[in-house]
Design a binder for this molecule. Structure first.
Ligand SMILES: Cc1ncc(COP(=O)(O)O)c(C=O)c1O
Length: 363
């Protein structure tokens, strides 16, 4: 246990909030709290947390401006399953479609495409991590006779870049693509971006058909979990009545853990939208401070607006391991998640700057 706490104090590279406390829910660990099948229909198995699961889905549906009388979804095992479900739904609607996704998409996107045996085209991205709209236009133009499924990154993994849904919509409309589906991967930013004033819109009113979000990222949970919000009428295509559970099965896994729904419900009640916004504002301030300090010390660093992620040139392997920094092409990022203190950031910066100094002295 000591080593877990020690490692947690140096964890600044992955998007997991640490400021949660679910100890009050401890007694639930004595029950096989499992959710079987669709949360919007009671099943024969009663030891579940469907009521809370529905409330959580309702909260996110509201955040994502989903049609009030036409939304559905469920609590998944994480952002990856949420992405798989979004693409599964899109494929059931448009079996001949091509999936367009960016080179900055999370690896769960190409993995889901492989699992679902879908046709796909990877589109290049701009320097900030956003999809290249010209390349997207050309790729769709060449296949305009086929339905288009577009995955928009609403916070890419490395730089937290947001693809512009209105530009994507304009592309499919200008090319007169008859059928299209937009899935938004908002694994990290989905739980706070809609709360920020002036932030880009990626919700259902802006054209999304499904939105994936992780639960253990910005909200925070000791068990990985996620949220998927879809349009209810689209769900009919993948709903099957299962007599064994006396319910509709429209989800990917069988027995789902019921604790995640309770954790997310508890966090949403605890923070409310105001509390989530306050946490996001604090994280954004810390990210801006980190970016500025890196620049002031002549370290190549990049920051996207409204993000809590800072990209910068990668330090040594020793420091990447100590601070658990994920790297890609000579760069790494740190993510100012709720629970990370300025003290931790300063301690990392001190390590990094000392390393830079000693490298310079030895060169
Ligand atoms: C953009 C994006 N999508 C999806 C995921 C996958 O989420 P999870 O780890 O919850 O499966 C991640 C994880 O980092 C991510 O950054």
């Amino acid at each position: 246990m000591h080593s877990v706490a020690e490692k947690a104090s140096f964890s600044i590279g992955y998007p997991f909030a640490t400021d949660f406390n679910y100890e009050e829910l401890h007694s639930l660990l004595r029950y096989p709290l499992f959710n079987l099948g669709d949360p919007f229909m009671e099943s024969n198995y009663g030891v579940n947390s469907f009521t809370m699961e529905r409330e959580v889905i309702g909260f996110f549906a509201d955040l994502f401006q989903a049609p009030k009388d036409n939304y559905s979804g469920y609590i998944t095992s994480g952002g990856s399953e949420s992405n798989l479900y979004g693409l599964y739904m899109a494929r059931e609607l448009y079996p001949d479609a091509i999936v367009y996704y960016s080179s900055e998409s999370h690896y769960s996107i190409p993995k889901s495409i492989r699992l679902l045996s879908m046709k796909s085209i990877e589109i290049g991205s701009n320097q900030n991590g956003e999809i290249n709209y010209n390349d997207l236009f050309s790729a769709i133009e060449q296949n305009r006779h086929l339905p288009a499924i577009i995955v928009a990154n609403i916070g890419s993994t490395m730089t937290e870049a947001k693809d512009d849904i209105s530009k994507i919509k304009n592309i499919v409309q200008s090319l007169l693509v008859e059928s299209h589906y937009i899935h938004c991967d908002a694994a990290l930013a989905g739980a706070y971006l809609p709360l920020l004033e002036g932030a880009p819109k990626f919700d259902f009113s802006a054209g999304a058909d499904s939105i994936a979000c992780s639960g253990h990222k910005f909200i925070g949970s000791p068990i990985p979990c996620g949220v998927i919000v879809v349009k209810k009428d689209n769900k009919e295509h993948l709903s099957h009545y299962i007599s064994y559970i006396e319910s509709i099965d429209s989800t990917i896994t069988g027995t789902r853990n019921g604790l995640s729904s309770v954790f997310l419900w508890y966090a949403i009640k605890h923070f409310g939208k105001e509390g989530l916004l306050k946490r996001a504002s604090e994280c954004i301030s810390l990210a801006k401070y980190t970016h500025q300090t890196l620049l002031e010390n002549n370290i190549d660093s990049y920051y996207n607006e409204n993000a809590i992620t800072v990209l910068f040139e990668k330090p040594s392997g020793v420091l990447c391991q100590k601070w658990q920094l994920a790297t890609k092409s000579g760069y790494c990022h740190l993510i100012c998640m709720p629970g990370i203190s300025k003290g931790q950031i300063d301690a990392f910066l001190e390590d990094f700057l000392n390393e830079k100094k000693s490298n310079k002295a030895n060169s």
